[in-house]
Design a protein around this ligand. Structure first.
Ligand code: ADP
Ligand code: ZN
Length: 624
C-alpha cells in the first residue's frame, strides 16, 4: 500500500491514521472514519479500492451525495491513472449503459454514485451479479453524516443504504465524515449497521484556521472591512441565511469592486453549476472569486486555497459552523474563519426551531445544539478549546492539554468581561412590571427605551415612563443592553414569541436571574478593531507555500502556473487537480533537469510523471 501511495498519488508518507485505516480495510474490515475536512479521507478508501482490485476483488462502490462534483473527482483519479467512473443523472442513458457494461466486465476500480442510484433496483441487480462472482470489493459511504436526521445535511436516501449490508454481507464497508458529534456518530453506526466496525477518530483541530467571532453592527460593512483588510484578491466563501440576502450581498461586493457571485438552491441548476465551476477553477493569482452562498453550497468542495469562510449570519449549530469553516485552508496554509452575529440571529434561529413542524423532542435537541453555538459565540475563553470540546476532544496539540491556542480572537486579544447581572435584573423586572400593569408584551427596542429612560410616543401612550425601572440603565449603551438580552435568550431566562411580533416573555428560568442567584457575565462590547492577517496560527508541516523564493524560482512558478492553466482548461478540470500549488512550488524551487529528479516531488505519481514530466521539464528549462 505504500507502493500505491507513492506510485499512484506521488506521496511519501501516510498522514495521521491513514495507514491504520487503509490496512484495516484492505484486510476486509469495516471502518467508521471521522477526519476533519482536508485530513485526507479520499485516500482512505481510494488506496484500499486499488489494492483490493489488484488482488482480484473487483470494484469499489463510492456512495456520495455530491453529483455536481463527481466529474472532477473522477477526473482527478484519471489524472492519477486510476480506472474510475461515475453514474449519475447528468449522463445519457447510452453513456450510463456503457459504464454498466464496463463494470460487469471488471474494467472499473472505483465507481461513484449517489445513494438513490445505488439503492435502485437496476443497480442492485448489477451488484448482485458482481457479488455472485466475488467482484464487489468495497463500499465507501462518503459524507456519512447525511444519514442522521439531527445533522444539517440529512438525506433520507442514506437510510436506504442499510440494504448494502443485508444484501452483501461479506463486502467490507466504510463510512467517512468530517463532522459528527456523539449523537450523529451513534446515528451513523445504527443507520448503516456499523456496530462492529473499527472507529478511527482523528483530531478535529484545524491548526491553520484562525477563528474570530464579532458582534454584528453593520454586517456588510464589517464584512467589507474584513475582506479589504485581510483578504484582498483571495478566494473565500461568505455564508448568509437567506437566498435574498445572498443576492444582495453578492451585488454589494461587486459594487465595491470585489469579484463575487451568488449560489443558492433557488438559482437554476445551470447557473449554480457554472458558478461552482468558476469558483473551483479560480486562481487567486489572477484575482480571487468570492462565493456568496446559503448552506446549499460547499459540501465536498475540495478547492485547496479557500483563504477564508465568513458567516454573515449565524449557522444553526456547531456542526454546521465547523463544517462550513472547515472549507477554508485545505492546503494547510493560514486561513480565517470569521463570523458576525447579533441579537437578531438568536431570535431568528429560535423562531425557526419554534415554528418548525417537528415534534417536541426534535425541537429540544435543536435548541440544545443552538445553545451550544451561542455559548461558543459569547465565550470569553479560547474558541478552539470550546469547539473541540464539543466534539469530545481535549485540545492537546503536543499531547499536552492546554486551555489556549494562541490563534483565535479570544486568545490573541482577551476580551474584557463585565458583570451584567444588575442590568439583567433590571430588564427582567421591567418586563415583569409591564406585564403586571397591562398584560401586554413588547419587543427588545421598546424595553431598551424604558430602561434607558428614552421617552417616546409609545412609552407615553402606555404609561411606561411611570414604571420604577424607567431610566435605571441610562448609563448603559444599547450595545450592552442587547448583549444582555442575547445572553438571557441564549440561556433560556427569556423567550421570544415569534407569533406576536417577537415580543419578549419571562420564563421559569427568569426567576433565578431576577433573584440574583445566577450571574450574567458578558464580553465587553468593543468597537471592531482593524485586524491584520493573523500571525498566531501554525502551519502544517508539509505546506510549502510559505517558503521564501528567489527570483528565478518565482519566474519558474509563474510559467508553471500558466502551463497548468492551459492543461486544466484543455482537460476541463480545476487546476489543482492537475498539480497542487505546493507541488508547483516544489518544482520551481528544485529546478529539476531530469524526470528522475522530478519524480521525487510530492504529488507527482507515475502516471502524472509519464503524462507531464517532459513538458514540465521543458517549461522549467525555457524559463529564464
Ligand atoms: P478530505 O478529508 O477533506 O476528503 P482530501 O482527501 O481531499 O481530504 O485530502 C486533502 C488534501 O490532502 C488533498 O489535496 C490530498 O491530495 C492531500 N493528501 C491526503 N493524504 C495525503 C498524504 N498522505 N500526503 C500528502 N498529501 C495528502
Ligand atoms: Zn484560542
Amino acid at each position: 500500500m505504500k507502493r500505491i501511495l507513492r506510485e499512484v498519488f506521488g506521496y511519501d508518507a501516510f498522514r495521521g491514521p491513514q495507514e491504520a485505516i487503509v490496512s484495516h480495510v484492505i484486510a476486509g474490515g469495516d471502518a467508521l472514519v471521522l477526519m476533519p475536512t482536508g485530513g485526507g479521507k479520499s485516500l482512505c478508501f481510494q488506496i484500499p479500492a486499488i489494492a483490493r482490485s489488484q488482488a482480484g476483488h473487483g470494484v469499489a462502490v463510492v456512495v456520495s451525495p455530491l453529483i455536481a462534483l463527481m466529474h472532477d473527482q473522477v477526473g482527478a483519479l484519471h489524472e492519477a491513472g486510476v480506472a474510475a467512473e461515475f453514474l449519475n443523472s447528468s449522463q445519457s442513458f447510452e453513456e450510463a449503459a456503457a459504464i454498466e457494461q464496463r463494470l460487469l466486465r471488471g474494467e472499473i476500480t472505483l465507481l461513484y454514485a449517489a445513494p438513490e442510484r445505488v439503492t435502485s433496483p437496476r443497480f442492485l441487480a448489477l451488484m448482485d451479479s458482481l457479488y455472485s462472482r466475488g467482484k464487489l470489493s468495497l463500499f465507501a459511504i462518503d459524507e456519512a453524516h447525511c444519514v442522521s436526521q439531527w445533522g444539517h445535511d440529512f438525506r433520507p436516501e442514506y437510510q436506504l443504504l442499510s440494504v448494502l449490508h443485508e444484501r452483501y454481507p461479506t463486502v467490507p464497508r466504510m463510512a467517512l465524515t468530517a463532522t459528527a458529534d456523539s449523537l450523529t456518530r451513534a446515528d451513523i453506526v445504527q443507520g448503516l449497521q456499523l456496530e462492529n466496525a473499527a472507529q478511527f477518530v482523528s483530531s478535529f483541530d484545524r491548526s491553520n484556521i484562525h477563528y474570530k467571532i464579532v458582534e454584528k453592527q453593520e454586517a456588510v460593512s464589517q464584512l467589507l472591512r474584513f475582506i479589504s483588510d485581510t483578504h484582498e484578491g483571495d478566494c473565500g466563501i461568505v455564508y448568509c441565511q437567506s437566498r435574498k440576502r445572498v443576492e444582495e450581498v453578492a451585488e454589494r461586493l461587486n459594487k465595491e469592486g470585489i469579484r463575487a457571485m451568488p449560489y443558492h438552491a433557488g438559482l437554476p441548476a445551470d447557473v449554480r453549476l457554472a458558478n461552482q465551476d468558476k469558483f473551483l477553477r479560480a486562481d487567486s493569482d489572477q484575482g480571487g472569486w468570492i462565493m456568496v452562498a446559503t448552506i446549499a453550497f460547499g459540501m465536498g468542495i475540495d478547492k485547496p486555497d479557500v483563504r477564508f469562510v465568513a458567516h454573515l449570519d449565524m449557522p444553526k449549530n456547531i456542526e454546521g459552523y465547523y463544517q462550513e469553516t472547515g472549507r477554508a485552508g485545505r492546503d494547510g496554509a493560514l486561513s480565517n474563519a470569521w463570523m458576525c452575529y447579533g441579537l437578531q440571529d438568536v431570535v431568528n434561529q429560535r423562531r425557526m426551531i419554534d415554528e418548525s413542524p417537528a415534534h417536541d423532542d426534535f425541537k429540544r435537541v435543536m435548541r440544545g445544539k443552538l445553545d451550544a453555538l451561542l455559548g461558543l459565540a459569547e465565550a470569553t475563553d479560547c474558541r478552539r478549546v470550546r469547539l473541540l470540546a464539543y466534539f469530545d476532544e481535549t485540545y492537546a496539540p503536543d499531547g499536552q492539554a492546554r486551555l489556549t491556542c494562541g490563534a483565535c480572537d479570544n486568545c490573541m486579544s482577551p476580551p474584557d468581561i463585565w458583570d451584567g447581572t444588575e442590568v439583567a435584573r433590571k430588564l427582567l423586572s421591567t418586563i415583569y412590571r409591564v406585564e403586571q400593569q397591562s398584560s401586554l408584551h413588547f419587543g427588545a427596542g421598546h424595553l431598551m427605551d424604558i430602561v434607558r429612560g428614552k421617552a417616546t410616543d409609545r412609552t407615553a401612550q402606555y404609561g411606561h415612563e411611570r414604571i420604577s425601572t424607567f431610566g435605571l440603565c441610562a448609563e448603559n449603551s444599547e450595545l450592552q443592553l442587547r448583549a444582555v438580552l442575547r445572553q438571557l435568550i441564549a440561556t433560556d431566562a427569556l423567550c421570544v414569541d415569534a407569533e406576536s411580533f417577537n415580543t419578549l416573555h419571562l420564563t421559569t428560568g427568569s426567576r433565578a436571574v431576577l433573584k440574583g442567584e445566577v450571574p450574567v457575565l458578558l464580553r465587553q462590547s468593543v468597537k471592531p478593531v482593524r485586524a491584520r492577517t493573523p500571525s498566531g496560527a501554525r502551519l502544517a508541516k508539509d505546506d510549502a507555500s510559505q517558503s521564501p523564493m528567489d527570483m528565478a524560482s518565482q519566474e519558474r512558478l509563474v510559467s508553471l502556473k500558466a502551463w497548468r492553466a492551459e492543461v486544466a482548461s484543455h482537460h476541463n478540470l480545476p487546476a489543482f487537480v492537475i498539480f497542487h500549488d505546493s507541488t508547483l512550488r516544489s518544482i520551481a524551487l528544485l529546478n529539476p533537469t531530469s524526470t528522475s529528479e522530478l519524480s521525487s516531488v510530492s504529488g507527482i505519481g507515475a502516471k502524472k510523471l509519464e503524462a507531464y514530466g517532459e513538458e514540465v521539464l521543458r517549461v522549467v528549462k525555457t524559463t529564464l
